[in-house]
Design a protein around this ligand. Structure first.
Ligand SMILES: [Mg+2]
Ligand SMILES: [Zn+2]
Length: 420
């Protein structure tokens, strides 16, 4: 499988909707928690192995160049393809052609979504598309994709009805087939997407998560809150915090909740570092009539109080009450509860850790693009598929703490520096 090493980012637009903020700054440089929005994209891609960048600049190009330079300070190689402000996106890409590799990631600079690039590359390679766009669900969107992942309708004017996805950037492009639809005329890249869609050469990769955007001031503020670093950890319950009841049985009262060795210490240690917690637990005992929702709530109130005595805040709890036969979207390994927690807590899932004791916890973490941390015996991991192996593992929760703390530290320190 051909990997992807280069990203070409469209950075030239005027950002009219962000006036007056874009009077002195191009849109991708708009400060977001004290850093340019573009820095979040470059950090994100660099952390997944993209080391070469082509920034296609236009409006106030010098502001981008002065800030990022040749990229050596942040461990990447940045080239610039600069053109006049009037150039539309397809023209910008056309002019950058000599700098582009055979396969590259084409990006807008105003959207952010957590994405697993290697999974997207695998999808793209399998479809043999000229270009694959990443898609999020959206009522009144601009794209319809079939169940094989091929885009069947693309309408950037959004006049057509029944289009339920929107493309959010993060496009994998095969240079030569894509350039066969380009000719240097000054048009928007959406023209090229339409041509590719009509000829069945446009792949559509669905992303479960929602996307952030700086397209207008309200969305910019929301993106800023979302991208602000947070210290929240997702916790499974049975087998992670407390002794897991035998298969088919459930904790039916707080008296039966027995902390596991090392779990409480781990919670205390993490709380001291400023971490807070969200509980994410499958409780099929509810659907099976073995424990009532009220009892589960009561157990969780006790747990909140108990953790509070330890100096730890359990902010919220997510419970899947369904039976495993119901096919709900919340029961782990489905990622529904993690996605909901991200929405409620404004959390960036690719910078969130989920600690669990079951391979299904790891699968849910991977499906949601979280970092999976596993508590249990190492031999239980050997049966797990390679793709869902946890990044961290230990026999007890407490032993995970040093690594968890250092991961959050590395996220903080490898990020591109604040703006002056
Ligand atoms: Mg468990
Ligand atoms: Zn459920």
């Amino acid at each position: 499988m051909m990997e992807i090493r280069q990203a070409a980012i469209l950075c030239g637009g005027l950002g009219t909707r962000l006036m007056p903020y874009t009077r002195d700054l191009p849109k991708p440089m708009i400060p977001t928690n004290g850093r340019p929005f573009l820095a979040y994209l470059i950090d994100q891609l660099r952390d997944q192995g993209i080391k070469k960048f082509v920034l296609m600049t236009g409006y106030l190009a010098n502001k981008v160049r002065d800030y990022f330079g040749d990229g050596s300070a942040i461990g990447v190689d940045i080239m610039y393809s600069e053109g006049p402000t009037e150039w539309e996106t397809a023209r910008r890409l056309w002019e950058a052609r000599p700098m582009l590799e055979r396969r590259f990631l084409l990006m807008y600079s105003d959207n952010f979504v957590p994405i697993n690039l290697s999974r997207m590359v695998a999808f793209h390679s399998e479809k043999h598309s000229a270009l694959t766009v990443s898609l999020c669900l959206k009522a009144a969107g601009n794209i319809r994709v079939d169940d094989k992942g091929i885009v069947r309708a693309y309408d950037s004017s959004r006049r057509e009805t029944g289009l339920d996805h929107v493309e959010v950037g993060y496009m994998i492009a095969e240079r030569d087939p894509v350039f066969s639809h380009l000719d240097g005329t000054n048009v928007s890249f959406s023209t090229v997407l339409r041509r590719l869609a009509v000829s069945g050469q446009l792949g559509g990769y669905r992303i479960l998560d929602r996307y952030q955007s700086i397209s207008d001031p309200d969305r910019w503020r929301a993106a800023e809150r979302y991208l602000a670093p947070k210290r929240i950890i997702f916790l499974d319950r049975d087998g992670t915090l407390n002794v897991r009841p035998p298969r088919g049985e459930y904790v039916t009262s707080w008296n039966q909740f027995e902390w596991l060795p090392g779990a409480r210490d781990g919670i205390v240690a993490l709380a001291k570092e400023g971490f807070k917690f969200a509980l994410i637990t499958n409780q099929a005992g509810i659907a099976r009539g073995l424990v009532s929702p009220a009892t589960v709530d009561e157990i969780h109130s006790h747990l909140v109080a108990d953790m509070s005595r330890l100096g730890a805040e359990l902010i919220t709890t997510y419970v899947c009450p369904h039976h495993w036969d119901e096919g709900c979207s919340c029961r782990k390994p489905a990622p529904g509860m993690l996605l909901q927690a991200s929405l409620d807590l404004d959390l960036r899932l690719d910078r969130t850790i989920f600690i669990g004791d079951d391979p299904r916890d790891c699968e849910a973490a991977v499906a949601a693009n979280c970092v999976a941390a596993y508590v249990g015996e190492p031999q239980d991991l050997t049966e797990m598929a390679e793709a869902v192996r946890p990044r961290l593992q230990a026999r007890v929760l407490g032993d995970l703490c040093p690594e968890i703390i250092s991961i959050f530290q590395s996220w903080a320190t490898t990020d591109i520096r604040s703006m002056k």
